[in-house]
Design a protein around this ligand. Structure first.
Ligand code: ATP
Ligand code: MG
Length: 409
């Protein structure tokens, strides 16, 4: 049997990027031979094994054939007579379809090296269209390597467009899509992921609520970039520049969905867009079965981002309501993430990227003031049950009045 490094490990070594996980392909072997060497089987659908010591993935060379819709609709054929070239042709991009032996001799039948140099993400063969996940993968690689100058080859973008139009994207499971979305959002230029999806029409299918923001104007005084879609991309860009976690990035992407529902007569104003957007945020959350913390933060940021921007003008009672709704006493981290998302929203505007956001510290101070109310003295006064709750709220309100006065003095 011959063993080769494949995929990301070869690509990233040639790009001079750190290689984290290594995928291997084994040519000329049977499952029985792999088991006899101590490899542990893991693949349910096709023969993939874990190395007994390194734990890295070793897949038997295989071919694939499409049979019906979706990811389930594949027939795999793995046998010792499948060649390296046959295995490589089923891969998505030419830069992912190179293999390397233990002497670093490159096997590159589909010219991945040439495309690396040309900075092009190009499909290997028309069979690309057989797995709709590849649309998301290409957009994710575009986000990852945008910094190096990579773009999607025009003919690949065209194929992504055809795939989208064929309706195949709808066959993706929420789990597979979310995995790609989450990884893409954590890249250095997540806005490129959304841009590429939009260019091939996939955004309209996957997240029509986000797609609808393009072409929707906002008041120039607050939004020099005017377009709500452009603003959303800038907010995402800021979130990545500021190394925000996935929860914050997800909330940034969805914070303004309500603006897509504003009747044109009301443009460029968006009255009550925060509240109107909630049902859309919920729909996107559920479509991809986003993790609970992502779902929660997106809804809270959607509902309250304007509160954050106006923090210094809020009445103490409104501030209290905000802090109560966030359960800031037990969930301080989530409130921090909310503030972070709102700050990214404020900076994700043309020419205002460097602005300061005093609202952030003001809100943190308010949370500290409300949290400083001690419960023990109220218990000692004999408050219980709902009355105790009301008494605590009363004390917190007093604390916030004091805080606001001190801050504006
Ligand atoms: P990463 O750095 O994100 O791990 P990678 O290229 O190694 O990038 P993997 O998901 O680990 O990506 O997959 C390893 C290889 O398997 C890819 O390089 C590609 O050749 C192939 N591959 C993975 N998923 C697909 C797919 N859906 N369609 C076609 N080829 C795929
Ligand atoms: Mg990999």
């Amino acid at each position: 049997m011959q063993i080769y490094k494949v995929g990301g490990a070869v690509r990233d070594r040639l790009l001079g990027k750190p290689v984290t996980d290594i995928d291997w392909v084994v040519v000329g072997a049977t499952t029985e031979e792999m088991l006899a060497k101590g490899f542990r089987p893991v693949g349910a659908d096709f023969p993939v094994f874990l190395h007994p010591k390194s734990g890295e993935e070793y897949a038997l060379a295989r071919t694939e054939r499409k049979n019906g819709r979706g990811y389930g609709g594949f027939i795999f054929h793995a046998s010792p007579d499948v060649t390296l070239e046959e295995d490589l042709i089923r891969r998505d991009l030419t830069i992912n379809a190179m293999a390397e032996d233990d002497q670093q001799n490159l096997t590159d039948p589909y010219h991945g090296q040439r495309d690396l140099e040309a900075r092009l993400l190009r499909h290997v063969s028309p069979a690309f269209a057989e797995d709709p996940l590849r649309v998301l993968r290409v957009a994710r690689f575009a986000a990852r390597y945008a910094e190096l100058g990579f773009t999607v080859a025009p003919e690949t973008l065209e194929l992504m467009r055809q795939l989208t139009e064929s309706g195949e994207l709808e066959a993706l499971t929420p789990e597979r899509s979310w995995k790609e979305i989450a990884r893409a959002l954590m890249e250095d230029q997540p806005q490129v992921f959304i841009k590429v999806l939009r260019e091939c029409g996939a955004l309209k299918v996957l997240m029509p609520e986000v797609d609808a923001l393009f072409g929707v104007p906002q008041p120039e005084a607050h939004h020099p970039e005017i377009d709500t879609g452009v603003h959303t991309l800038s907010v995402l860009e800021q979130a990545a520049l500021h190394k925000q976690p996935l929860t914050v990035r997800w909330a940034c992407l969805l914070h303004d969905l309500g603006k897509g529902l504003t009747p044109e007569e009301e443009w460029p104003r968006h009255i009550a867009h925060e509240h109107k957007g909630l049902k859309l945020i919920k729909a996107v959350n559920e479509r991809f079965k986003a993790p609970k913390d992502c779902q929660e933060l997106a809804l809270l940021v959607g509902e309250y981002h304007t509160h954050s921007h106006r923090a210094l003008e809020l009445k103490p009672s409104t501030l209290l309501e905000l802090l109560q709704n966030f359960d800031v006493y037990r969930r301080p981290q989530r409130f921090e993430e909310f503030i972070a998302a709102c700050e990214m929203d404020a900076r994700g505007r043309k020419g205002l990227e460097q602005r300061s956001y005093p609202q952030a510290d003001y809100l943190r101070g308010a949370a500290t003031a409300a949290r400083s109310v001690a419960v023990q003295p109220l218990l000692e006064k004999g408050f219980k049950g709902p009355e105790l709750g009301e008494a605590i709220k009363g004390e917190r309100l007093k604390a916030l009045k004091g805080y606001k006065e001190a801050a504006s003095a």
